[in-house]
Design a binder for this molecule. Structure first.
Ligand SMILES: Cc1cc2nc3c(=O)[nH]c(=O)nc-3n(C[C@H](O)[C@H](O)[C@H](O)COP(=O)(O)OP(=O)(O)OC[C@H]3O[C@@H](n4cnc5c(N)ncnc54)[C@H](O)[C@@H]3O)c2cc1C
Length: 438
């Protein structure tokens, strides 16, 4: 179905986007395909009219809508989830939480991100979360992908298929080459998990990072730095997840501050990965503003850092958190390593396998406040610049085309293979309707 500006369904499609920057955009057309033939039609229309093709799955990024673009909204109809044996086939509009809930009912699970709401932008690029250290990235569990190339042709790739180049690049760089319409993934038995959250002083970060880097892969110790919902000063939350339910086997003691332990039946039921209030609760998020143009805006960097840099990493982040532009900005440290580093570096287009940490720096400001925007962006860019010398990779779900940092981000994401990716893009997306690699 094609939706045009001014129509109620067009407004609704944009209002439903999670990302405030994207929700405020005015695409020339929103297209909600019913099947693969209609995805082909949308790609061909974008090519004919030379329109940027913005693919929307979970709607979490700035890149699913743009002024004057053709927004391809897969979330409307591509939502089927089918379990067959120990594999699951998923339509590209399904959110990770919906997949986890579906699998939970059958006693299965999948390593996905820390929040339930992201979609295929996560699945196509990596997928880092609380089970990455034991079960790998989401892309490591893909067994087949179907989709439509940027030139409008339909394809299918799978493990061991006759096109190893496509198989390599579509896991970690698909958004530059194609629209994925369906993925099939390997699932795992759903396991009860112990989650221990604790609050500590920001100054203890280096010590916490060192401790975390010594954990076995059955444990994951991620962190959030920011201002708790009922606080006024920044704090550090440690978020420890393990498949060991006996608390006495927990490898690290509770912090000197408050701590809370939950035993949950699976990844689908873990507590929110957000700073809690003093009673351990995370208040429900406010309903998004009904005016889609007035939602908060974000400017986010995702920087990968290897183990062994805990002092330098903590020094940069402690300094940054002391200069927060406002209480809504935050820094997450997602714990990776473990099973992620088992795969050879060239097993997919994701090249952050040497990292122990994915540092996600979120600058956030109210729509229309230009001074707050400048501050939040300068803060987030400043943390990127300070971490870049110790980074080993950039996780390109967050990218900044049109800025001086984009060249460095592309180089750090794809390394020496960037030229090969650009060559493939010329073949697969000859009119450049999908996101640029320049
Ligand atoms: C609150 C929050 C929590 C997050 N937590 C994590 C986390 O724990 N782990 C993690 O790895 N990442 C995490 N992320 C980052 C997230 O993976 C990216 O923002 C991702 O781009 C979101 O994908 P989406 O489908 O929701 O967004 P969308 O904006 O719909 O898609 C993002 C982009 O991906 C591409 N894309 C999406 N679907 C397709 C498709 N079917 N075919 C081709 N290209 C496609 C398009 O370029 C699209 O513009 C988080 C983001 C947020 C906002």
């Amino acid at each position: 179905m094609a939706l045009h500006p001014g129509e109620p369904h067009y407004e609704q499609a944009l209002s439903e986007l999670f990302n405030g920057n994207a929700a405020a955009c005015n695409p020339q057309l929103v297209f909600q395909p019913l099947d693969v033939a209609e995805v082909v039609e949308a790609v061909q229309q974008a090519r004919r009219q030379r329109l940027p093709l913005m693919v929307r799955s979970g709607g979490h990024s700035r890149f699913c809508a743009a002024d004057g673009a053709l927004m391809l909204d897969l979330a409307a109809h591509f939502t089927d989830i089918t379990l067959h044996g120990d594999q699951v086939s998923v339509g590209a509009g399904a959110g990770m939480g919906a997949i986890l809930r579906h699998l939970a009912a059958a006693g299965r699970t999948l390593p996905v991100g820390t929040h339930a709401t992201p979609g295929f932008g996560l699945l196509c690029m990596g997928g880092l979360g609380h089970l990455s250290r034991s079960l790998g990235l989401t892309i490591d569990n893909i067994v087949a992908l179907k989709g439509v190339r940027g030139d409008g042709s339909v394809f299918e790739v799978f493990e061991g298929c006759a096109d190893p180049i496509a198989w390599h690049w579509l896991r970690g760089a698909a958004p530059f080459l194609a629209v994925i319409t369906e993925a099939t993934l390997r699932t795992h038995p759903r396991q009860p998990l112990l989650v221990r959250r604790s609050l500590a002083a920001v100054e203890t970060l280096a010590e916490h990072l060192q401790q975390a880097e010594g954990l076995s892969r059955q444990w994951s110790s991620s962190f959030v730095l920011g201002v708790p919902p009922d606080g006024s000063e920044p704090a550090l939350m440690r978020y420890l997840v393990g498949a060991e339910l006996d608390e006495s086997h927990c490898p690290v003691a509770g912090a000197s501050g408050s701590s809370w332990t939950d035993q949950v039946p699976g990844l689908d039921a873990v507590p929110a990965f957000d700073l809690p209030a003093a009673d351990g609760r995370v208040p429900a998020a406010d309903l998004p503003c009904s005016d889609r143009h007035q939602r908060p805006r974000t400017w986010i960097h995702a920087i990968s850092v290897a183990a062994g840099h805990s002092e330098a990493l903590a020094a940069v982040l402690t300094n940054a958190i002391g200069r927060l532009p406002n209480r809504h900005c935050r820094i997450d440290l997602q714990h990776i390593g473990g099973a992620v580093s088992d795969q050879p570096i060239n097993s997919s287009a994701y090249r952050g396998r040497g990292a122990e940490w994915s540092v996600v720096v979120t600058g956030l400001w109210p729509a229309g406040d230009e001074a707050a925007e400048l501050n939040a962006k300068a803060w987030s860019d400043g943390v990127f610049d300070a971490l870049e010398p110790i980074s080993c990779h950039i996780y390109l779900v967050e990218r900044h085309p049109g800025t001086p940092r984009y060249g460095c981000q592309l180089q750090k994401a794809y390394g020496a293979d960037l030229m090969a990716l650009r060559t493939l893009k010329q073949q697969w997306d000859p009119d450049g309707v999908l996101p640029a690699l320049e």
